[in-house]
Design a protein around this ligand. Structure first.
Ligand code: FAD
Length: 281
């Protein structure tokens, strides 16, 4: 692990007190590995506005790792975004993951005044200048709503030019898609770090559902093997750990500037990969 690399863990805010306690226990455990930051998602359309805020402030206060809220603009007015930014700034938060976001199904039309993540990045810069390190999302396998790959790369470049400092990718299972995306972005003269988002494989049916929705392709050979294991959770996890570890090794050897783990509020699956990679504690 070099000083320039970024290794981080993502959580989602929970609905119950028990879930929240578990999240904090996992965060304390992962803090011992000295990650660059923790991030906490923002429910579709701002549906977890208060819980994301509360979780991030508690992480920042009680766990000795910088905490970064995700913030999406599709369901929030400028006034709501301005108020949240002010609250985060006052609490000493230094990093934000800026997104367009998706609306929860059935919520209808977007209510936000900002249409795309690039508009949100611009807004954050207008409101708070350089206070925040701004992360944005990247899609090595293309955002599912993008017109085409070139257009999606152009839109990513727009986010960087609007003032993003670095990016985290949607998860993927094919290292080449990451390298190709990075190469295409670099050809446009954009040099911000693009950190691969890593999804440990623990449950095949959930993963298949998630991947369909977000446009991440599970390679046929991985899918077939996972299907063949049926209900054998241990074999699914062992195979998943091996596949993801090998992909991470390839990514880091090929110059990826770190890894961002989608923990789903569990420590073990991410730590198993972390330990296999011999990332230091
Ligand atoms: P954008 O970058 O705005 O792109 C959205 C789409 O619009 C793309 O197809 C893009 O090509 C297109 N586009 C962009 N700009 C323009 C333009 N000017 N003209 C025409 N088309 C344009 N969702 C949540 O709700 N909460 C979270 O906490 C959350 N965290 C995430 C974290 C990461 C690391 C990632 C990768 C995704 C996350 N998401 C989250 C999901 C994300 O909100 C969705 O993928 C959403 O559909 C797009 O958000 P974005 O910020 O990538 O949007």
């Amino acid at each position: 692990m070099s000083a320039k690399q970024s290794f981080s863990f993502e959580f989602f805010p929970t609905k119950t007190d028990a879930g929240h306690e578990k999240l904090m226990t996992v965060a304390r455990q992962l803090a011992g590995y000295h990650p660059s930051f923790f991030s906490c998602t923002y429910g579709a359309g701002g549906s977890t506005r208060d819980r994301t805020l509360g979780t991030v402030l508690q992480l920042e206060r009680e766990v000795n790792v910088p905490a970064a809220p995700h913030l999406s603009c599709v369901g929030d007015s400028k006034a709501e975004l301005r108020a949240l930014l002010a609250e985060y700034k006052a609490a000493g938060i230094k990093r934000i993951v800026a997104l367009r976001g998706d609306l929860p199904s059935g919520m209808g039309m977007a209510v936000g005044e900002l249409r795309y993540a690039s508009d949100l990045v611009e807004f954050i810069r207008e409101e708070t200048a350089d206070h925040f390190h701004v992360e944005v999302a990247a899609y090595p396998e293309m955002h599912p709503q993008a017109r085409n790959f070139d257009h999606d790369v152009a839109n990513f470049v727009r986010k960087a030019k609007a003032g993003a400092n670095s990016a985290i990718t949607q998860y993927f299972f094919n290292a080449d898609s990451y390298f190709y995306f990075v190469e295409r972005v670099r050809q446009q003269g954009v040099e911000i770090p693009i950190v691969p988002g890593i999804m440990p494989i623990t449950n095949y049916s959930k993963l298949a559902r998630f991947s369909d929705a977000c446009g991440a392709e599970i390679p046929r050979w991985v899918r077939k093997q996972l299907e063949a294991y049926g209900d054998d959770v241990k074999s699914i996890q062992a195979f998943g750990e091996q596949v993801i570890t090998e992909m991470c090794e390839k990514l880091l050897a090929g110059g990826a500037p770190g890894l961002h783990f989608y923990t789903l509020n569990q420590a073990e699956p991410s730590l198993a990969i972390w330990n296999n990679l011999k990332l230091s504690a």
